[in-house]
Write a protein of this length. Structure first.
Length: 227
């Protein structure tokens, strides 16, 4: 993915996380379940983003379910939250979590230095160069300036987003890494619940079939005794 597309994806991910109505419902659901868990010990009005990674480690008394499993069940019965996983994945949070901010700056600087060198090399030959060569240099410089400006916008946009979540010193790798991990954990918990439901369905079917066989056997034995 080119620099322009990487930066555009960072901005898109920032916009989705900042404005998603579905995500707000999910976060309210996390807070609701946390308060239910801590009932009797005082109400909590917020939580740190890193707490999302702890949901899979908080288990029920029988160790069969985690708080994340309960969240999945809650979300499936909550209006306005379904589809948040697809929304975050479409925003490219996993890819953004893998973009090193320092490397991105270095790559931009390298392009800038290359264009500056090209401009210096061509400076003495302006009058003898074909118009298309001069035009190429001007267009390349204009495109770079647009990308550099977009990068500054991405930095500003992320600064606003991280401050909104109470993490003003975070970089987008760590910030979106939390979201990417949460999405993967959520999908895993969702699949685990589906497999559990399927096992229970099969067990019920076997139990019903066994009861039918016992009932039939009992009826047959009863008829034989009467005969």
């Amino acid at each position: 993915m080119c620099l322009r597309d990487q930066i555009a994806q960072i901005k898109r991910a920032c916009t989705v996380v900042r404005t998603s109505a579905k995500l707000r419902v999910v976060l309210r659901s996390v807070l609701y379940l946390g308060n239910k868990l801590n009932e009797g010990r005082g109400r909590v009005y917020g939580f740190q983003l890193n707490s999302l990674g702890m949901l899979r480690s908080i288990k029920s008394q029988d160790k069969q379910f985690t708080l994340l499993h309960f969240l999945v069940k809650h979300i499936n019965n909550t209006e306005g939250a379904k589809g948040f996983v697809s929304e975050l994945e479409a925003a490219g949070i996993k890819h953004v979590a893998g973009v090193d901010p320092k490397v991105l700056v270095e790559e931009l600087r390298e392009v800038e230095n290359t264009l500056s060198f090209l401009k210096t090399c061509l400076k003495g030959f302006t009058s003898t160069l074909p118009a298309r060569v001069t035009r190429f240099g001007d267009e390349a410089n204009a495109q770079f300036q647009a990308v550099a400006e977009s990068h500054e916008q991405a930095i500003s946009q992320f600064a606003d987003l991280s401050s909104f979540f109470g993490l003003p010193d975070a970089d987008w790798q760590r910030f979106f890494g939390v979201w990417a991990t949460f999405v993967q954990d959520y999908k895993t918990a969702e699949q685990e619940l589906k497999r559990r439901a399927e096992r229970e369905r099969m067990q019920d079917a076997r139990r019903q079939a066994r009861n039918v066989m016992i009932s039939r056997a009992s009826s047959t034995a009863s008829r034989k005794r009467k005969a």
